[in-house]
Design a protein around this ligand. Sequence first.
Ligand code: AMP
Length: 217
Amino acid sequence: MKNVILIAAPAAGKGTEALKLKEQFHMPHISTGDLLRNVRNTDSKFAKVIADYQDRGELVPFEIVLDLLKERILQPDCDNGYILDGFPRDLKQAKAYDEILNEINRDLGYVIVLDIDKEIAKARISGRYTCPKCGKIYNINNIEMKPEKDGLCDICDVELTHRSDDDPEVYEQRYQSYLTNTEPIVDYYNAKGAVYHVNAGISVEETHRQVVEILGE
Ligand code: AMP
């Protein structure tokens, strides 16, 4: 399977779609947000820097993200393709990623943009909860995504957590960062003929159906 890059505004459903693709196609899901959250919860010298940037909704410095990403995609489970969620986030990262692909002799693959209205995405953040153990994403305001038992993961039975940056004010900053930094990479990848658009404002299932249709082409 070719690699997949998911690009979307914050809370558009990248993580949810990535987990569905992972389940169906058995490809690793690489979320740079998760890789960074893992490091911020350790005693790494980068933990505080990462926490500061994430809590402000700003992009974490390039070198930290790139090293984590590189280390992850060089793991053997990525040899047959992987799903990138949250990377690249700006043109500098996209260009650095091209160089990495060249070095490891891999194709860019599919760049899938999940299109959604800002207000629909923003409304999702108040209900969004994640399982700290398996990463499954829930939304208590969405019948399709509610946990079976209030506050507990259906799979692990552990207490769900709410992300500190899923807050309306931080959302505004994250959305601005998306417009300024991330949207320009859609044009960059368009020029390479790699971009596909999906309407992500309808439902989880409909988003997934459209993505699978693209991958099946
Ligand atoms: P996400 O989980 O993708 O919504 O990302 C949450 C936060 O992690 C972002 O607001 C950034 O602070 C940081 N982050 C995630 N991915 C990247 C990236 N590729 N480059 C820089 N910062 C990132």
